[in-house]
Design a protein around this ligand. Structure first.
Ligand SMILES: CSC[C@H]1O[C@@H](n2cnc3c(O)ncnc32)[C@H](O)[C@@H]1O
Ligand code: ZN
Length: 439
């Protein structure tokens, strides 16, 4: 019997790590030992053994920017300009969302993320208490934020403050260390200076994260400079948003001084290349400038309505290719670094305790199939993972010392697919009824 979704002591034998055969022993949610031939030492202590058969051992991946429940909107609106996509299609549909939709959308998203090797994610959306139910049942880690949009009015601001505090209290009351909280000011064009200040101060007082969209389009930059006389990053910094607990999503149009500012504040930039390329509002993140400035760069998918999947394997390849293509430099963002931004930097940004295969780190790990076609030949498994494999090459996923997927099996998968399908159908039907009533 596989002890799914339950912390247990696990001995993994014969994985490939750093091009060598490795065993790994996990207990108490942490990696206890890693090395060749440690199996004899830990055999009697392990409740469960996995024969890895040469599978590649990696830290679990971390998705640092998404709107998980938007998985219900996959394929609902494509091939549109960002503002029209949001205002004509996405926001009118989201107006009909309820807590059950967010639950099923997040369950579907968690299923997809686990299947493609993601153990933790940074999520901004609505009805986040129901997202918390879904994340907890899936066994993943998540940092949850209520998407704070005050549209520069005091009345809306008061409501968003209440919703944010309620979510924070809710997450605390669940007493689940895998669930954390961040304030979620949506963007500088939807949140007033007073709203930004409140989000920054509340997060600081509570040692919480801050999750925000930044510099996604040229329009955002132009409007910010026109209205405020300063760049978007300088504007956010003025209100205390740029901290070492902040994840700023997109960051496509940051200039050198803004990259320096993020580096100085140790603010993480979440790169979401597939979404930026699909909506075509973004451009390649200034990767080298951010890296040279000391700003952590991590990787996200954005929501499923603009990606349209949550597969960080695909995202690593797209990120690496986009950097090479736009800079004309094939040496930039090599494969090992692409894995690093999809795992270690993200784990550090979300403070998961994982992201590194070494004793003392959280047991958030994945095994990638040694026998998948994308691993043949086995000259360089790291190259294969970034440039050849998709998330479907992941065979097993362990988070916090609990098995979430084994041999690609996740209990309850069919029920999740059915529940999500029904929720998506009903959501679109409610919107279509509204359209019919309007005409
Ligand atoms: C307030 S919750 C999140 C809010 O953001 C919308 N959204 C999804 N993708 C994007 C994007 O790329 N840029 C800006 N806003 C985005 C989502 O639909 C929710 O309304
Ligand atoms: Zn987003």
């Amino acid at each position: 019997m596989i002890p799914y979704n339950k912390r247990t002591s696990i001995l993994i034998k014969g994985a490939t790590h750093n091009c060598r055969k490795t065993d790994i022993f996990i207990d108490d949610g942490k990696i206890q030992a890693v090395g060749e031939g440690i199996r004899s030492e830990f055999k009697s202590s392990a409740d469960f053994e996995i024969d890895a058969g040469g599978d590649v051992l990696l830290p679990g991946l971390v998705n640092t920017h998404t709107h998980a429940a938007m998985s219900l909107l996959r394929g609902y609106a494509d091939d549109m300009i960002l503002f029209e996509w949001l205002s004509q299609k996405i926001w009118p549909l989201e107006a009909h969302l309820n807590g059950d939709d967010v639950y099923w959308g997040t369950r579907l998203a968690c299923l997809e993320m686990i299947k493609s090797g993601t153990v933790a994610f940074n999520d901004m959306y609505f009805f986040m208490d129901r997202a918390a139910d879904a994340v907890e049942e899936a066994g993943m880690r998540a940092c949850l934020s209520h998407g704070f949009i005050d549209l520069f009015t005091e009345e809306k601001r008061e409501a968003e403050i209440k919703a944010t505090i309620n979510l924070h209290n809710h997450i605390k009351s669940r007493n689940n260390p895998k669930l954390t909280f961040a304030t979620g000011p949506h963007a500088l064009y939807t949140v007033s200076p007073e709203g930004l200040t409140w989000c920054a101060e509340y997060a600081t007082e509570n040692d919480a994260g801050i999750h925000i969209h930044l510099s996604e389009t040229q329009q955002e930059v132009d409007d910010c400079v026109k209205n405020n006389g300063i760049t978007p990053a300088a504007h956010l910094d003025k209100y205390g948003i740029l901290t070492e607990r902040t994840v700023a999503a997109h960051c496509c149009y940051l200039d050198d001084s803004e990259c320096e500012l993020l580096g100085k504040r140790k603010t993480a930039a979440s790169h979401n290349p597939a979404s930026n390329m699909k909506l075509a509002g973004g451009r390649a993140i200034p990767y080298s400038a951010l890296k040279n400035a000391g700003a952590p760069v991590c990787l996200g998918t954005d929501g499923c309505a603009s990606n349209n999947n949550l597969d960080l394997f695909e995202e690593m390849k797209i990120a690496a290719l986009l950097q090479k293509f736009t800079t004309g430099d094939p040496t930039i963002l090599p494969a090992a670094e692409a894995i690093d931004i999809a795992s270690r930097t993200g784990a550090e940004a979300l403070r998961t305790g994982g992201g590194t295969i070494a004793p003392g780190f959280a047991a958030d790990i994945i095994l990638v199939d040694r026998n998948a076609i994308c691993q043949a030949p086995f000259h360089n498994p790291i190259s294969n993972i970034v440039y050849a494999c998709g998330g479907n090459a992941v065979r097993s996923v362990i988070c916090d010392g609990a098995i979430l997927m084994h041999d690609r099996e996740i209990p309850g998968e069919d029920a999740i697919l059915a529940g999500a399908e029904a929720a998506a159908t009903s959501l679109v039907a409610r919107r279509e009824e509204e359209i019919r009533n309007q005409s």
